[in-house]
Write a protein that binds this ligand. Structure first.
Ligand code: AMP
Length: 369
């Protein structure tokens, strides 16, 4: 079965085509600059058409009918979607409701779904949610200590993100450790431009560092992570910022970029450190400190872990940074706890979850809806 995975951003479509049950990658690509000035692709529908053209051109499929399933990454499933779902009109309506909680991400995901329905009418589509893996987090960990009416009225709570990545890494860790996932305690650290850490108890997420939005938790490329909320109110008042402007400061101008003043990219920061840039050094120290602080607290709530796993751009490639963290961890964490670097593959996880859903729901094999 050929399964196409679509990961739609506001101006891009990342895609991968797999063959299942083996999970072999057949093709992959990226359509960029959708809707931008001077771009030949002005809508997601055109972008999706381009994806299909590429697949035919590369001979990855001879006819589009070979694509039996399209799996979509959807950032926010709120409390409505706790697992992958077949997409139909009702699901699209519910996804539109979830958009209130993720105005920056879900609209692009929905565009991708609608574009695929238009271009490949009747194809079986599945939504896989970044938030779903974290739906096992207990109430005492996902509630914020603010009046409960805000949870009741607006669903304000911690949701967590990067779920497919944490889930993929956990699954790989269980293969590496040769132990069933439901017998493992893990701390998975997704360190890319966005960063999050998850505490996994017996294979299930019990806490994660991102919250209502991907802003909470670790210091990231351009996001501030944990902060005293009073600081935000104070700055807004002092600088007469609108909520939108404050959001911009916290999401786009903070983190490694805000502290170093030079870049959100750790490679550039390392270069600056070599040149003696003190703010770049401070940015790195703060970044590492937060990671270690979260690992420490998750170590405690799990009562220890079988492995601590690092993944994503920084986790997989910044050997120096991860070695430094490993060295610090080894001072307190026993040798029997493995420290692993595991390349993530969110698309493969989405494909596997889509395949499982199709297989489980039809021993009967009625795939198109
Ligand atoms: P991601 O969001 O997972 O694609 O990760 C992107 C980030 O990974 C970049 O912004 C860099 O900070 C970081 N990165 C990628 N390669 C390296 C490397 N070789 N050394 C340090 N950081 C890296």
């Amino acid at each position: 079965m050929k399964i196409l995975i679509i990961n739609c951003g506001s101006s891009s479509i990342k895609y991968k085509l797999y063959f299942f049950p083996k999970g072999h990658l057949i093709d992959k690509g990226l359509i960029e600059r959708i809707g931008e000035k001077n771009s030949s692709i002005s809508t997601h529908t055109q972008g999706v058409k381009k994806v299909f053209e590429n697949l035919i051109k590369n001979r990855s499929v001879t006819s589009l009918k070979e694509i039996e399933v399209i799996g979509h990454r959807v950032v926010h499933g709120a409390e409505t979607f706790r697992e992958p779902h077949f997409i139909n009109k009702e699901v699209i309506r519910k996804l539109e409701e979830c958009t209130k909680l993720a105005p920056l991400h879900n609209p692009a995901n929905l565009e991708g779904i609608k574009a695929c329905s238009k271009v490949l009418k009747g194809v079986c589509q599945i939504a896989v949610f970044d938030t779903a893996f974290h739906q096992t987090i207990p109430e005492y960990a996902y509630m914020y200590a603010i009046p409960v009416k805000y949870y009741k009225n607006y669903k304000i709570r911690r949701y967590g993100f990067h779920g497919s990545s944490h889930q993929f890494v956990a699954k790989r860790a269980s293969e590496i450790l040769k132990k069933p996932l439901n017998k493992l305690n893990l701390i998975t650290c997704h360190l890319g431009n966005g960063c999050s850490i998850t505490a996994i108890k017996k294979g299930r997420s019990v806490d994660t560092s991102m919250g209502f939005t991907p802003l909470e938790g670790l210091m990231m490329g351009t996001r501030c992570g944990d902060i005293d909320c009073a600081v935000v109110l104070y700055i807004m008042e002092k600088e007469k910022l609108t909520p939108g402007q404050a959001d911009m400061v916290l999401n786009k101008k903070s983190g490694l970029l805000g502290i170093s003043g030079v870049s959100n990219d750790l490679r550039v920061i390392k270069n600056q450190i070599r040149k003696g840039n003190k703010r770049a050094q401070l940015a790195l120290e703060m970044f590492i400190y937060r990671i270690e602080k979260y690992i420490g607290s998750y170590w405690f709530i799990l009562g220890g872990a079988d492995a601590i796993c690092f993944t994503a751009g920084i986790g997989e490639n910044s050997v120096e940074t991860i070695d430094r963290i490993k060295k610090d961890l080894r001072k307190v964490i026993p040798g029997k706890t493995r420290i692993l670097v595991i390349p993530t593959d969110e698309e493969l996880m989405i494909a596997a979850l889509s395949y499982n859903l199709v297989r489980d729901s039809k021993g009967k094999r009625k795939v198109r809806n």
